[in-house]
Design a protein around this ligand. Structure first.
Ligand code: AMP
Length: 117
């Protein structure tokens, strides 16, 4: 598997070629604020490595998946989301996925409706 897709927006953000408002970065994971926030806190947590979506994860990615959720927890704590928050990942066009690089939406700071649209 290639680690990077030069055409991928989020690979380019991870590489620093496109600016982003980062709230976390380490060797494997970065988190940055969504450019069109749908909640007072709307952060995208992504692996640096190019993975198209959650459906493309394999057993070998178990550690990476744990790291992604550890960053979700860290950002939620930093944002003061003790009342709760939502983690969403869209998979495929029908779900509404528009950027085909795995990302967890961390949404919080307002009440959330259920079910989502
Ligand atoms: P999805 O529709 O689940 O694929 O989510 C893609 C998200 O990326 C959307 O919420 C967009 O607002 C967000 N987005 C697109 N371009 C950028 C960007 N340059 N910086 C930050 N967020 C972005």
């Amino acid at each position: 598997m290639t680690d990077r897709d030069p055409e991928c927006l989020f690979c380019r953000i991870a590489a620093g070629e496109i600016p982003s408002d980062r709230v976390h970065e380490d060797d494997d994971v970065i988190a940055f604020r969504d450019i069109a926030p749908r909640a007072p806190t709307h952060v995208l947590v992504i692996p640096r490595r190019h993975i198209a979506d959650a459906h493309a994860l394999t057993d070998d990615d178990a550690e990476l998946l744990a790291k992604l959720f550890a960053v979700v927890r860290r950002v939620a704590d930093a944002e003061g989301l003790e009342r709760g928050y939502r983690v969403v990942t869209n998979v495929g066009p029908e779900s509404g996925q528009t950027v085909f690089h795995l990302h967890l939406h961390l949404l919080g700071g307002r009440p959330m409706a259920w079910p989502p649209g």
